[in-house]
Design a protein around this ligand. Structure first.
Ligand SMILES: C[C@@](CO)(OP(=O)(O)O)[C@H](O)COP(=O)(O)OP(=O)(O)OC[C@H]1O[C@@H](n2ccc(N)nc2=O)[C@H](O)[C@@H]1O
Ligand SMILES: Nc1ncnc2c1ncn2[C@@H]1O[C@H](COP(=O)(O)OP(=O)(O)O)[C@@H](O)[C@H]1O
Length: 291
């Protein structure tokens, strides 16, 4: 097998709480993670030359060590002293710097791809252990599905698949740095913590309405202060029938959850017509079992 094609799925955070700060500056989190059916495509080809060559459809993305895909390939190439090189094509559809783990998911897919392409025999757990060196969300992007994420994001507990619904995604035309958002978060000032344990109960009972009532993300306090347009998009989603709407991750992407296809489609067209939302997608939850 000399060529491999992979899908790198985006995630949203149905709940994001920060419960502490470590001495190295990283934050301890409790998050409900959910993979959605929006993905980048990656193809990897073994070559005789020893280099790592990356091409992408987005001209502004780095194609060297600054790209997480390159770093993922290099990490395993160095560890296993692989002599062959790899040609990688990355077709991005997940919005960049959006709070949807696009880069982390690409890195996760590249680790999985290298493992297959060079028959390294690493288990999922062993790939996840390597993934955290590239980013806190990378182990989750290898696991996928609905999961509780703790520690800095690397302690993962798989949950039952969250109840099905429609997911409207809208990203305003601004980019947000995760480092900036965590760096400007003052934990002592967080007034409302999302009820992560309640959300876990709702997920195990298949209670969509209980779940959508509890959506919450403490990082909104930092990002919305900087970019009030995020709040405007949330309000538009609710106005158009979303059961709940919050910012994903460090932002600035906003998502809304819908139980009704027609309403979700109407909200999608409305959002596309607004010039505050630059990238808009209508999708649903990725479910490992449904494929
Ligand atoms: C906020 C979240 C929510 O899922 O996602 P995104 O918005 O990035 O998608 C994650 O916690 C982001 O994970 P990830 O994007 O992998 O973070 P990393 O690349 O490891 O770290 C970027 C920077 O964020 C800060 N950071 C990250 C994770 C964490 N638990 N505490 C932190 O303080 C650190 O300052 C770090 O230098
Ligand atoms: N494969 C990649 N895809 C997207 N961004 C990447 C990638 N590799 C490195 N980056 C850099 O990482 C930054 C954050 O990207 P991304 O992972 O999309 O953000 P987020 O985690 O907020 O969704 C970008 O500004 C980009 O320069």
């Amino acid at each position: 097998m000399n060529v491999i094609k992979l899908r790198a799925y985006a995630k949203i955070n149905l709940g994001l709480d920060v419960v502490g700060k470590r001495e190295d500056g990283y934050h301890e989190v409790r998050m409900i993670m959910q993979t959605i059916n929006l993905y980048d495509q990656i193809s990897m080809k073994k070559i005789s030359d020893s280099g790592i060559y990356l091409k992408t459809n987005l001209h502004y993305l780095p194609v060297n060590e600054k790209n997480l895909v390159y770093r993922a390939a290099k990490l395993l190439k160095d560890e296993f002293n692989i002599k062959h090189g790899v040609d990688i094509k990355l077709d991005k559809r997940i919005p960049v710097a959006a709070g949807m783990a696009g880069g982390s998911s690409d890195a996760a897919a590249a680790l999985v791809g290298m493992n297959k392409l060079f028959n390294l025999g690493l288990s999922k757990k062993e790939l996840m252990e390597r993934g955290v060196k590239l980013g806190a969300d990378v182990p989750y992007c290898i696991l996928r599905g609905t999961a509780l994420s703790e520690g800095i994001g690397e302690i993962l507990t798989p949950l039952a698949p969250a109840p099905e619904c429609y997911v409207l995604i809208a990203k305003p035309g601004i980019n947000v740095s995760t480092k900036f958002v965590y760096g400007n978060l003052n934990i002592t000032e967080i007034k409302e913590h999302p009820d992560i344990d309640g959300m876990i109960d709702n997920i195990s009972n298949g209670d969509l309405y209980g779940l959508t009532n509890k959506l919450g993300n403490v990082l909104e306090t930092v990002t919305i202060k900087e970019h009030p347009v995020i709040d405007t998009i949330k309000q538009e989603m609710i106005k158009y029938g979303a059961l709940g709407s919050i910012m994903s991750g460090s932002g600035p992407t906003v998502f809304g959850l819908f139980d009704n296809k027609k309403k979700a489609q109407e909200a999608f067209y409305h959002m596309k017509g607004l010039d505050i939302a630059k990238q808009v997608h209508l999708t649903d939850f990725f479910n490992q079992k449904r494929g």
